[in-house]
Design a protein around this ligand. Structure first.
Ligand code: GDP
Length: 438
């Protein structure tokens, strides 16, 4: 296989290089870190944008921290990466204005003759936008204002940077390496007990992954030929000292773990029902665009009745409407009931996340659906000329239509439901974007 094109992210300290790096990688984080001189463990990864696959390097991890305040040092340490780069992204801090270090670095990078884009970062709200104007001084034609933290403008930057990259075609993309699983939920729902079950009963290889700290012990497990990593298992076991602290910690950990995961096991306590804290965490789970499985634990402690499961399911669906794509499984971590069902769901959900529907199939499907059932806004009936799956993890579709702007909510819903009926995507959120056809 030909080598993937490489994008190199550069800039002085604290401009947001690693935030941008993580943003570009999303959940597809890969671990390479064994080159000498690296200060961080995750500096290189493989990402995908609208079908094009590429490598990204965050040079913040290459340059020793005490030496990254001199442009020539940053340049020297990143030189190997720069030489191999297909595109350079220089990141600057939009709120700091142009600093001499930015200017010097920019000059050095320009001299390489490599395609160079400037990302003016930390432009989080519209009112910051004027700050970016100052950077015109650097004279980089391809300048983009972004907020790496909030994901704003990153689409446009990536569209530009990857424009010349070859699309991976329409092959069904396999998952890369093990599926990363987060176990989240409020205190005492049984997260640790579940972890012990899932990681303990299988022949698990407990590998503190090189370079990670003691706190971040990932546990690798094989099940039925599938490879899984439970991330930050130490974090799952960590408890707060008081109830309030424990609750706060559970939210912080849920957010952190979601960010690193492909699939989240969101554990609920059957005895307690759905609490406000559960719905709060559920909100983050949904927003994270990760795949979610709702795990109702302690089912052993519940009085059995013919409608017990359907009643509980109805309650979950009512309180967590937005997670309607997440399958529900009833288990007992303590007694080990129904763990087989959970494993099966984990396998299904991870496969669904990486499913890629070829455009030809997508368009055959489009011909069959009845868009006349969609309410028209502004008179003109909506036409979708074609529909394509631009990305996996999460599955993201682009509809090329006869109008500008976002699709109406109900149209999005309609398309999403039809796509799920046809193709599944269990446990995964579906993102639908629209573009006016040129
Ligand atoms: P965590 O804070 O979410 O990690 O919760 P733990 O795993 O520490 O569990 C909290 C308590 O719930 C412990 O006393 C467990 O023994 C108990 N527990 C966990 N799973 C089950 C279960 O399936 N059934 C019952 N009855 N109790 C459970």
């Amino acid at each position: 296989m030909a080598e993937l094109p490489l994008i190199v992210i550069l800039g002085r300290p604290n401009v947001g290089k690693s935030t941008l790096f993580n943003r570009i990688l999303g959940s597809r984080r890969a671990l390479v870190g064994n080159e000498p001189g690296m200060t961080r463990d995750r500096i290189e990864g493989i990402a995908e944008w609208r079908g094009a696959r590429f490598k990204v390097v965050d040079t913040g991890g290459i340059v020793p921290e005490d030496r990254d305040t001199i442009a020539s040092e940053i340049f020297r340490h990143a030189r190997m990466a720069i030489e191999k780069a297909a595109h350079l992204i220089l990141v600057v801090d939009g709120r700091d204005g142009v600093l001499p270090l930015d200017q010097e670095l920019c000059n050095l990078l320009r001299r390489t003759g490599k395609p160079l884009s400037l990302a003016v970062n930390k432009i989080d709200v519209l009112k910051h936008a004027p700050l970016a104007a100052e950077f015109a001084r650097l004279g980089v034609r391809d300048t983009f204002t972004v907020s790496a933290e909030h994901g704003l403008g990153v689409d446009q930057l990536l569209d530009h940077v990857t424009a010349g990259f070859e699309s991976a075609g329409e092959s069904v993309a396999g998952p890369e390496g093990p599926v990363k699983i987060a176990i989240i939920g409020r205190p005492n729902v049984g997260k640790s007990t579940l972890l012990n079950r899932l990681a303990g009963e299988e022949r698990s290889i407990v590998t503190p992954i090189a370079g990670t700290t003691r706190d971040a012990v990932d546990v690798e497990v094989e099940h039925d030929g599938g490879k899984y990593v439970f991330i930050d298992t130490a974090g799952i076991r960590r408890k707060g000292k008081t109830k309030l602290l424990a609750e706060k910690l559970s939210v912080i950990q849920a957010r952190k773990h979601l960010e690193q995961a492909d699939v989240a096991l969101f554990v609920l306590d059957a005895e307690q029902g759905v609490t406000a804290l559960d719905t709060h965490i559920a909100g983050y789970a949904h927003e994270s665009h990760r795949s979610v499985i709702l795990v109702v634990n302690k089912w052993d402690a519940m009085p059995k009745g013919p409608t017990a499961k359907s009643d509980f399911t109805a309650e979950v669906r009512r309180r967590m409407k937005f997670l309607d794509y997440a399958p529900i499984v009833f288990i007992s971590a303590l007694k080990g009931y129904r763990l087989g069902n959970l494993w099966q769901l984990i396998a299904e959900v991870s496969a669904a996340r990486n499913l890629r529907v070829p455009t030809s199939q997508m368009n055959a499907f489009l011909k069959r659906i009845d868009l006349n059932r969609v309410p028209t806004t502004g008179g003109r009936p909506l036409r979708i000329y074609y529909l394509t799956q631009a990305m996996t993890s999460p599955p993201t579709f682009i509809a090329f239509t006869n109008r500008a702007g976002k699709l109406h909510f109900s149209t999005e819903r309609f398309l999403e439901n039809r796509i799920r009926e046809q193709f599944g995507f269990a446990g995964s959120p579906i993102v639908i974007k629209s573009r006016p056809r040129r």
